[in-house]
Design a protein around this ligand. Structure first.
Ligand SMILES: [Zn+2]
Length: 102
């Protein structure tokens, strides 16, 4: 099965949803559109809030974040496991645990 990042808010507790209703509503609305989600969870369990993700090239090596309006394919690498993830879909397209950092 194809791997994909998930939304941290998909597993939010009722208490979290009550405390942050705007975030809860936003993340409910984006649904499967992971490009609009800023709370990714990698299949390895790492999340935006913990180890985080870095912009990377097709080989998982860190790159500068693209300029606004850039048409370059945007990818992120998981800082814990090195999975390479397409920003547009959240799909895992590779893995390089030894990706270089800037
Ligand atoms: Zn990961």
């Amino acid at each position: 099965m194809e791997e994909k990042v998930t939304c941290d808010w998909a597993t939010a507790t009722e208490a979290d949803k009550k405390q942050f209703p705007d975030f809860a509503a936003y993340h409910q609305k984006h649904g499967d559109n992971m490009a609009e989600c800023d709370a990714w969870v990698c299949p390895c369990g790492n999340s935006t809030d913990t180890g985080g993700f870095r912009p990377c090239d097709a080989n998982g090596n860190e790159v500068e974040p693209p300029d606004a309006g850039s048409t370059d394919i945007l990818r992120f690498a998981c800082n814990d496991c090195g999975r390479i993830i397409l920003h547009s879909t959240g799909e895992v397209v590779g893995r390089n645990p030894n990706g270089t950092l800037l």
